[in-house]
Write a protein that binds this ligand. Sequence first.
Ligand code: ADP
Ligand code: TYD
Length: 209
Amino acid sequence: MPGRGHFISFEGIDGSGKSTQARLLAQALRDAGHVVTLTREPGGSPGAEEIRRLVLEGDPDRWSAETEILLFTAARRDHLEKTIRPALARDEIVITDRFADSTRVYQGITRGDLRALVDRLNDLMIGTEPDLTLLIDIDPATALSRAVARQGSEQRFEEMGLAMQTAMRAGFLALAQATPARFVVIDGARDPQAVAAEVLRAAQARLPR
Ligand code: ADP
Ligand code: TYD
């Protein structure tokens, strides 16, 4: 189908290995001759990268739960308009490190029971789902030890601790179970190349050509 492209997202808790796997998949698909746009959230367009700094840096209490949902959704809308839709229109494969499922799980769970609000705003302002979502699943203790080894200035969410990461993991797995046509769950607790091989198989099985 010309001009439709293919839209793949990676999801999972912090330190699960999403960014590593998104990079490896992009490389493998480019090696196979595909044109790939590799991007990430929050961010992925100049405007959304500015919003990224607002939401990930500074005092963890600087935004109310509702304002935070609006900011993540605003960033996603800009990312969709400026990066994702144009690449899909060029018939490329778009790989994004996080998309709307991150808001469903992080804002839907961590800041009170706001899942219904997240879904309503998503329907209004985003309305596009990936063709395939690869959930890199890993136990939170392993993920936390990886994430801590790589600390930078964006620690607002990474300091949530083990109990919250356990709730996030369960949230992602519940989403995958509720949306089996879109999700593939990948065991992330193996060496990166073994994970990448399974990721590539899952992606190739869904690619239209
Ligand atoms: P995420 O994007 O999910 O936060 P990253 O891909 O940035 O995860 O990985 C977090 C850290 O763990 C990085 O330092 C990365 O090099 C390392 N890492 C990634 N995948 C693996 C793996 N399969 N085994 C061990 N370490 C890994
Ligand atoms: P990211 O840079 O992907 O961090 P990591 O590599 O540690 O997974 O995302 C930064 C943080 O933003 C991460 O802790 C999850 C959070 N986040 C949300 O809370 N809601 C969202 O909608 C998105 C996209 C990210």
